[in-house]
Design a protein around this ligand. Structure first.
Ligand SMILES: Cc1cc2nc3c(=O)[nH]c(=O)nc-3n(C[C@H](O)[C@H](O)[C@H](O)COP(=O)(O)OP(=O)(O)OC[C@H]3O[C@@H](n4cnc5c(N)ncnc54)[C@H](O)[C@@H]3O)c2cc1C
Length: 517
């Protein structure tokens, strides 16, 4: 049992949102007087952001981050990052009829990217320029957004953020259509950006892909020591400032009395108290199971209705492959942030629709996967990861629990499928070089995050589930916050700062959604 029984702040979950929430608190308080505690159910912090070892191979969960220098400076943390120069993403467009593959390289840097696209697709040069310049201006407006605006600020934002106001209820597909781009390759490129949100282009709120694209064009990076560097360095810093961390400890309940948060109840039945609690776990689980929807409904019916209608993002399958030393991954052009093998067109829409219906829609004619090569950055034994998105939870969790043999067969079947596609279209003789195979399924993600759907990207950014329509960070329970509304290492680092800014009446970021030093 912990020594202190009343904290200044309790954080539920020690992923990146939890670590950044706890660390920001520790930076702004005398923790001897106002102690902070992060409670994490797993034996280590980091949540989805981690690296793990299998038979001498270092595998990573994540693959790419934008420029986060300002945030790292804010936290006073140094993480050695490699920046992808040249191209940071490659698309391998498979024509299934001819089996031919067209490669499209995406150069780093906004101007280089723009110039190359305009040069390569002269028929659409003006339209591409218009689209990219407008999208850049929209992206820059994000820095003028307030997170929890008052009425005057809302009115002001109509003038300072007109492009966001105009487009946030639009899907990316509708937004993109305004620019009349007709070149199929260019449509393919921007559709793939949209899909990084986990949603198809015709369902995602337009500012999400616009922001992801622009931030990655300002620089795409990967930690040299693997993604584990993030939780490791954040945890070290947090502990050095006097923050407390309880590992292997599950929170079962968030205690509420008369509309105010009082603390948490752990799995072992003990209680720890605080007038401020930040929950960083699946928001449906937090509100329905940990607080109780009846309590929320009594305080704010609209918020409770929103909880009932929250849509979580897709899950994923990750196939990490350790290879022998004979293979030259660099020569295959794999030293970039992300490669996508796809049959193109509206493939993601169809796979997504199948997923919604509980089916896995990948076939020999229609497939799409990401290929990443961590070892060219982290060193060590050569390895690659195949990222399969979308993939729903369907019966994965049930099989894992009740029928391990069928679970393993299903895992192997799909691993073989995607390995075969990678071998055929990107890495010749791949299978001959495989030494170690480690497959994560939606059941793996559900187990680690505690999110029953195994959602990997938090709440899905549909126009009615994002921005001003999202489930708000400030909950109806006084003192209870949930800084969860968009995925990524960058966004989760920011979320921890935002929630402290809210608690401290805008002392840190002046109520802005984005941090500017
Ligand atoms: C395979 C994969 C690849 C990704 N790739 C990228 C990428 O390349 N770039 C990028 O920017 N982002 C990427 N992301 C997204 C990014 O990892 C997430 O957005 C981010 O890590 C979410 O952090 P979080 O702290 O909000 O949530 P989580 O990481 O889910 O952390 C929540 C924590 O809460 C703990 N917890 C849950 N329930 C309880 C409980 N009852 N009591 C105590 N603790 C509890 C969990 O154990 C977990 O540690 C990827 C995600 C996945 C899954």
């Amino acid at each position: 049992m912990n020594k202190i029984n009343k904290y200044g702040l309790i954080v539920v979950g020690g992923g990146i949102t939890g670590l950044s929430s706890g660390l920001t608190w520790a930076q702004y308080h005398d923790v001897k007087k106002e102690p902070v505690l992060i409670i994490e159910k797993e034996p280590k912090s980091g949540g989805y952001v981690t690296s793990y070892e299998r038979q001498g191979y270092l595998f990573d969960t994540c693959q790419m981050i934008p420029n986060i220098t300002e945030l790292l400076e804010f936290f006073d943390i140094d993480i050695e990052l490699k920046e992808y120069k040249g191209y940071y993403m490659r698309i391998f467009l498979v024509d299934i009829k001819t089996n031919k593959v067209k490669t499209i390289d995406l150069p780093s840097g906004f101007e280089d990217f723009k110039n190359e696209l305009m040069e390569k697709y002269p028929k659409n040069a003006a339209e591409i320029e218009n689209f990219l310049d407008y999208s850049r201006a929209l992206y820059l407006e994000l820095f003028k957004l307030k997170l929890d605006p008052n009425l005057i600020e809302i009115l002001k934002m109509l003038l300072t953020c007109p492009k966001i106001v105009k487009n946030s209820r639009r899907t990316f597909k509708d937004y993109f259509a305004q620019f009349n781009i007709t070149e199929p390759d260019v449509i393919e490129i921007f559709t793939i950006f949209a899909e990084f949100s986990g949603l198809p282009a015709d369902r995602v709120s337009a500012p999400v892909p616009v922001s992801a694209m622009n931030s990655l064009l300002d620089g795409a990076f990967r930690p040299k020591g693997g993604f584990i560097e993030f939780p490791k360095k954040f945890e070290e810093k947090y502990l050095s400032l006097g923050g407390e961390l309880m590992l292997n400890t599950k929170v079962n309940k968030i205690l509420v009395e008369n509309g105010e948060v009082k603390g948490v109840k752990l799995e072992d039945g003990s209680e720890i108290y605080s007038d401020l609690v930040v929950t960083t776990v699946d928001p449906i689980v937090a509100m329905k199971e940990m607080v109780g929807l009846d309590i929320i409904r009594e305080l704010d019916k609209k918020y409770a209705d929103k909880v009932e209608n929250v849509k979580m993002s897709t899950s994923s399958m990750n196939i990490s492959i350790g290879l022998d030393n004979e293979i030259d991954l660099g020569a295959l052009g794999l030293d970039c942030g992300y490669s996508v093998i796809t049959t193109g067109g509206d493939i993601y829409d169809r796979l997504f629709d199948d997923m919604i219906q509980g089916k896995i829609g990948y076939t020999d004619e229609e497939f799409r996967l990401g290929v990443i090569c961590p070892s060219l950055t982290t060193g060590g034994k050569p390895n690659i990861a195949l990222r399969i998105v979308p993939m729903g939870i369907d019966d994965w969790a049930e099989l894992r629990e009740k029928d391990p043999q069928r679970y393993n067969e299903k895992k192997q079947k799909w691993a073989d499928f995607f390995i075969e596609k990678t071998e055929k279209y990107l890495i010749p003789d791949l299978r001959k070089h495989i030494k170690v195979l480690d497959v994560s399924t939606p059941a793996t993600y559900a187990r680690y995050s505690g999110s029953p759907s195994g959602a990997i990207y938090d709440m899905a950014p549909y126009p009615d589930n994002f921005g001003r329509t999202r489930l708000k960070m400030r909950t109806p329970v006084k003192g209870l916050f949930q800084p969860k509304f968009i995925h990524s290492v960058f966004a989760t680092l920011l979320a921890g700062m935002q929630v402290n800014d809210m608690i401290l009446n805008r002392k840190i970021m002046d109520g802005n959604a984005r941090y500017k030093a």
